[in-house]
Design a protein around this ligand. Structure first.
Ligand code: C5P
Length: 229
């Protein structure tokens, strides 16, 4: 069984997917963490790019530069996603808000997407999986059993992002957080390769006015309706 949850940044996908995975005893695949890992490696470990990452710089990278993705691996252990590079756990570096921009720019490039596509499919092959991201239901797992699209209005998402202290948010001005969020959404929606779209047949949930528990309940209800889990 594969359940996908796509949606814009800070719609609450990963917190939700983690709780659903626990409740359903599923494996959680946080695909954004893989793009964050690629950004972290290219910027901080291999110094192939510098901050802020520009599209021009990424365009100049060769397919060999992206071959480093072969050394990325993923495990969902004790209800937490972990990403490794050459076997070393780099997860602690990946959720920092300073990786939002590079991950978003890098992930628009075909080489980056190709580098991580098979890995995502391999992970999901071995388990009942809940995968969240931008193209899970449309490109990575087009035959997923249940597809969701989770969204919320941009002000709500920007407020949530500012309140999320696990992201090491360094920006304290609401308008700046909101502007960066809009820019990231636009880039994800308008890129030629695997853009953020509502997958065909997806159940759309807008949680702008729902609490976290209400969102979890809504998803469980839909999953039960379709699969009788
Ligand atoms: O999900 P998260 O916001 O952590 O992902 C970081 C960035 O990685 C996103 O802004 C998006 O550009 C990219 N991403 C993607 N496709 C996915 C997951 C994430 O392009 N499946």
């Amino acid at each position: 069984m594969i359940i996908t949850i796509d949606g814009p940044a800070a719609s609450g996908k990963s917190s939700l997917a983690k709780v659903l995975a626990q409740k359903l005893d599923y494996y959680y695949l946080y695909t954004g963490l893989l793009y964050r890992a690629l950004a972290y490696i290219l910027v901080h470990a291999e110094h192939k790019l510098s901050l802020p990452v520009t599209p021009e710089e990424v365009r100049d990278l060769t397919p060999e530069d992206f071959a480093t993705a072969r050394h990325i691996s993923y495990r969902y252990l004790h209800n937490q996603p972990h990403v490794y590079h050459h076997g070393i756990d780099i997860t602690a570096h990946l959720t920092d808000a300073r990786l939002d921009q590079p991950a978003s720019v890098i992930s628009a490039y075909p080489h980056a997407r190709r580098a991580l596509l098979l890995l995502q499919r391999e992970i999901a092959q071995k388990h009942n999986t809940i995968a969240d991201g931008r193209d899970c239901g449309s490109v990575v797992f087009p035959d997923a059993d249940i597809k969701f699209f989770l969204t919320a209005d941009v002000d709500t998402r920007a407020r949530r992002l500012m309140a999320d202290h696990t992201r090491g948010n360094h920006e304290k001005i609401f308008e700046k957080v909101k502007a960066a969020l809009i820019e990231r959404d636009e880039r994800d929606k308008t890129r030629a390769e695997s853009p953020l779209v509502i997958p065909e047949g997806a159940i759309i949930v807008d949680n702008s006015t729902l609490t976290f528990d209400q969102t979890v309940a809504k998803f469980l209800q839909e999953i039960e309706k379709r699969c009788g889990i």
